[in-house]
Design a protein around this ligand. Structure first.
Ligand SMILES: [Zn+2]
Length: 243
């Protein structure tokens, strides 16, 4: 259920895998995405299960309406029940015990924390979001709340790797013009993009030194959801919070 979890001086980072939930095929089992065609009641139960497994209250987890853009929102609590969830790809908070969550199935989930400042962020960085700068925007919003990039701990979760993410040559050139580190080649020798490498290069440039990259490729792992592999599938989640 929780495929990867670690802790850095008060900051918690966790990434789910696809097992341990109640969703039926093709969303089996732990689909946490509410906009992929799965039964909403199953998604709700899965979110509750994952939260309890992490020791979180389910109603203290903030989700986004992700749109592959660069926009960031600062949050102080869960969205109001009668309000629309904003269309953003990064959320930032200075509230402790408020978990921020990001949904993915191949895109790169980015979790950031400055435990000393008490500020965390979750960002959804697919190819368009990485190019648009959603990760630098998230770090910028953290800095405005008192974070220092030199203290920020960064974790990127399971995502399609640079040897699997095939793209047209022109698209690779466009991406590499913005972030050269994302230039890649598939294991079969065609143009590819490594979004996670691009994210790490951006974080390095911003002065974020404590970074770890998940070794899991979602497209290669049958323990993870992959949109490129399966099209109709579930969503994994990454969670970050402070004690
Ligand atoms: Zn791969």
């Amino acid at each position: 259920m929780i495929g990867q979890r670690d802790h850095a001086s008060g900051a918690h980072f966790a990434f789910t895998d696809r097992w341990g939930g109640v969703s039926a095929a093709p969303y089996e089992e732990l689909n946490l995405g509410g906009a992929v065609g799965d039964d909403p009641a199953a998604v709700l139960r899965n979110r509750e299960r994952a939260a309890r497994e992490l020791g979180l209250a389910p109603d203290r987890v903030v989700w986004m309406n992700q749109v592959h853009g660069p926009d960031v929102q600062v949050v102080d609590g869960p969205w109001a029940a009668d309000a629309a969830v904003p269309c953003v790809d990064a959320i930032v908070t200075a509230r402790r015990r408020l978990a921020l969550a990001v949904l993915t199935a191949d895109c790169t989930p980015v979790l950031l924390a400055d435990p000393a400042a008490g500020v965390v962020a979750a960002a959804h960085a697919g190819r368009p979001g990485m190019v648009a700068g959603v990760v630098p925007a998230a770090v910028g919003a953290m800095v405005e709340l008192g974070a220092d990039p030199a203290r920020i701990v960064a974790r990127t979760g399971p995502a399609v790797c640079g040897r699997c993410y095939e793209v047209p040559a022109a698209m690779r050139a466009e991406v590499a013009a913005v972030e050269p580190a994302a230039h890649s080649e598939t294991s079969w020798g065609t143009p590819a993009v490594d979004v996670t490498a691009g994210v790490h290069a951006q974080l390095e440039w911003l002065g974020v030194r404590d970074r770890q990259r998940s070794p899991v490729c979602t497209l290669e792992s049958h323990d993870h959801f992959s949109y490129r592999r399966d099209k109709a599938t579930g969503r994994l989640a990454g969670y970050v919070w402070l004690d």
